[in-house]
Design a protein around this ligand. Structure first.
Ligand SMILES: Cc1cc2nc3c(=O)[nH]c(=O)nc-3n(C[C@H](O)[C@H](O)[C@H](O)COP(=O)(O)OP(=O)(O)OC[C@H]3O[C@@H](n4cnc5c(N)ncnc54)[C@H](O)[C@@H]3O)c2cc1C
Ligand SMILES: *[C@@H]1O[C@H](CO)[C@@H](O)[C@H](O)[C@H]1NC(C)=O
Ligand SMILES: *[C@@H]1O[C@H](CO)[C@@H](O)[C@H](O)[C@H]1NC(C)=O
Ligand SMILES: *[C@@H]1O[C@H](CO)[C@@H](O)[C@H](O)[C@H]1NC(C)=O
Ligand SMILES: *[C@@H]1O[C@H](CO)[C@@H](O)[C@H](O)[C@H]1NC(C)=O
Ligand SMILES: *[C@@H]1O[C@H](CO)[C@@H](O)[C@H](O)[C@H]1NC(C)=O
Length: 553
């Protein structure tokens, strides 16, 4: 009886997550009319009760922290590690940051209560160095905050992420990629220096050109298993206030695969490429390629074409883009709205949660409540919902050579049948001349002629697999493990924020841990921080659950 009720509730939740989220969000709408008329409308956009709570907490926190200098804050963290070190070796727990799991964008829930949690309360933009085109920040600065800081000053980060709540530290130790990456590579390529508190309580500055260069190579994709990040220097690029967008419809698989190779500069390093390149694939033979260029809007003709895609009543960005198929088109998007264009629909994750969310009436009245904060979604994740996140849904970002795009799409369609698919082209540099980190060198045949990089792409697969929508049999274990096998075979890598289904051996086939393990020994990480695999592997037995769910259906 109890079991049946549970099954029933799970089913109800599964079928109506949108409603559930709405019910959670609704209380906030009591506040809305008030703010809509009184405050600047933009404020209302970000106001949800949960958000309000988080913001208030952060504001109080910051007011308190503002009184100290960066050095003092770092020293406090260092001292905590030193105190931890004084405990007898056998009794020490492993170290991790105190950031609660629900604040991170990752889909996994690493069990932090088994660790010694160190507070890293570092929220400030420290310095803008216009001469060297660098910005120095503390790790908890978010993408939205850095946009608000840099964009009015005429700059933007070379690489960010379209999700406003992602932190600059999280991107550094995880991975960051954006539509500018076909010009500069991953986020990690734009980091000049890391400031780190190590497991033996030292504060060091890690650069490619100092004695810590081995460590420098291993920090990206290390997920906090090599030390605590306390500040970083990031490369910025000059920006203009608008992005001129050109939407190019494609009508066959060959067409978009070939065009993406050409337009990203994968064929010829001298190809004049746009500043931003992205493709959204709506179906095997239907895609829209987006080319963006920094632009000024200085005539009335141009002003007529301005479209601020981030207003809450506007269609979700990927739905908006789909309308440019088949006729194509162009427009101007304000810089910050472009950078955060996928924020409101969390790419297209929201569709599987609020299926009616893009309805004009819903958008008008409730659109400003979206996106439900990723943090809020994680905060309300029960075990049953957690099971769903990989058995009835898929969240994967996978980096593979752009030359295999056709195979990628075919494989993803065969295994998940979840459209749309996201494609961001991205350089992967071959650092073989220096020490190589966790990313293996790209296969020779994908290198762009006469350069030290290959053109890869992120394939984003988010949403509900077609098999699940149609209530057909879907074996998550089979689908995920096959996709991972494909990824390894073409020389690609899975983003580690998402659930992986690999065994440790398979993981080490995908990532090269040779230098990483050397660095762990050299910087006293063993016994101080969890290993990479232990840190990022899902906290539940995804293989078994995927397997069992397939059996039930
Ligand atoms: C739907 C969806 C789509 C996504 N699409 C993309 C995409 O297109 N491109 C892309 O690049 N990314 C994408 N991501 C992933 C996102 O970039 C990662 O989650 C990223 O790590 C940023 O998250 P965060 O700020 O929450 O970092 P966290 O998850 O908090 O941090 C990442 C890791 O670094 C560690 N860490 C963080 N700060 C510190 C510190 N100060 N000291 C030591 N360790 C630290 C954490 O413990 C964690 O292991 C997507 C995520 C989602 C949910
Ligand atoms: C900032 O990040 C650190 C480490 O990731 C974490 O301990 C802290 O809780 C974070 N604070 C906020 C408000 O995100
Ligand atoms: C997390 O770790 C703690 C301490 O080891 C343990 O008591 C707890 O059961 C764990 N929680 C989960 C969900 O595994
Ligand atoms: C999640 O799935 C596993 C395996 O099917 C099952 O044992 C567990 O009870 C599920 N959890 C919930 C809360 O449904
Ligand atoms: C699901 O796939 C896995 C991996 O291929 C396989 O071992 C398992 O038998 C499958 N489960 C079912 C019920 O078919
Ligand atoms: C998955 O299911 C198959 C049969 O359905 C079984 O043989 C296999 O051992 C299962 N694997 C796991 C890890 O549960």
């Amino acid at each position: 009886m109890g079991f049946q009720l549970k099954q029933f509730l799970i089913q109800l939740l599964e079928d109506n997550r949108g409603l559930v989220i709405l019910l959670f969000c609704l209380p906030a709408s009591f506040v809305s009319p008030f703010f809509l008329f009184l405050g600047p409308i933009r404020t209302a956009l970000h106001l949800q009760i949960f958000d309000l709570f988080v913001q208030l907490r952060q504001w109080l926190h910051r007011r308190y922290l503002e009184k100290s200098t960066h050095q003092e804050r770092v020293e406090k963290i260092r001292k905590k590690v030193e105190e931890w070190k004084k405990q007898p070796k056998g009794q020490r727990k492993l170290l991790c940051t105190a950031r609660p799991n629900w604040q991170s964008l990752s889909t996994t829930f690493f069990n932090k209560s088994a660790c010694e949690r160190i507070e890293i309360d570092l929220f400030e933009v420290l310095k803008l160095d216009e001469k060297n085109m660098l910005v120095e920040v503390e790790p908890n600065v978010t993408v939205r905050e850095i946009c608000q800081f840099l964009n009015p000053r005429g700059y933007t980060l070379a690489v960010t992420l379209e999700i406003g709540d992602a932190t600059l530290g999280g991107l550094a130790f995880g991975v960051g990629m954006t539509t500018y990456s076909h010009k500069v590579g991953l986020y990690q390529e734009t980091i000049e220096e890391y400031e780190l508190v190590t497991g033996d309580a030292k504060v060091i500055r890690v650069r490619a050109d100092n004695e810590h260069n081995d460590l420098f190579r291993c920090l990206p994709w290390s997920h906090g298993t090599l030390g605590f990040l306390v500040s970083l220097k990031l490369r910025i690029v000059p920006a203009k206030p608008y992005i001129h967008m050109k939407y190019i419809p494609c009508f066959s698989q060959n067409e978009y695969c070939d065009e993406m190779m050409r337009l990203s500069g994968a064929l010829n390093k001298n190809e004049k490429v746009a500043d931003f390149v992205e493709a959204t694939i709506y179906d095997t033979d239907k895609a829209v390629i987006m080319l963006g260029k920094f632009a000024d809007v200085d005539t009335w003709q141009k002003r007529l074409k301005v479209n601020d895609v981030c207003w809450w009543w506007k269609p979700w960005f990927y739905k908006h883009v789909e309308k440019f198929h088949p006729q194509g088109g162009e427009e101007y998007i304000p810089l910050q709205s472009y950078l955060l264009r996928h924020n409101r629909a969390i790419f297209w994750v929201l569709e599987s949660m609020i299926p009616f969310g893009n309805h004009p009436i819903f958008r008008l009245f409730f659109g400003w409540l979206c996106p439900p904060k990723p943090a809020f979604l994680k905060f309300t994740t029960t075990n049953a919902v957690r099971n769903m996140t990989f058995t009835k849904q898929v969240f994967q970002d996978i980096v593979m050579p752009l030359g295999t795009l056709k195979d990628q799409v075919d494989t993803a369609t065969r295994l998940f049948d979840a459209f749309p698919l996201l494609v961001y082209p991205c350089r992967i540099y071959d650092h073989r001349r220096g020490p190589q980190g966790q990313l293996r060198s790209p296969p020779e045949k994908y290198m762009v002629p006469d350069t030290n990089y290959a053109m890869f792409n992120d394939l984003g697969v988010y949403g509900t697999p077609g098999f699940v929508k149609r209530r057909e049999k879907y074996n998550a274990t089979y689908a995920m493990r096959s996709m991972e096998k494909f990824t390894r075979d073409v020389g690609g890598y899975s983003f580690l924020y998402a659930d992986i289904f690999m065994t440790e051996d398979e993981f080490e086939e995908m990532f090269d841990l040779t230098l990483y393990n050397k660095v762990r020994t050299a910087y006293s990480c063993n016994g101080a921080f969890p290993t990479l695999y232990d840190k990022i592997k899902p906290e539940v037995d995804v293989i078994k659950i995927g397997n069992d769910t397939a059996k039930v259906d």
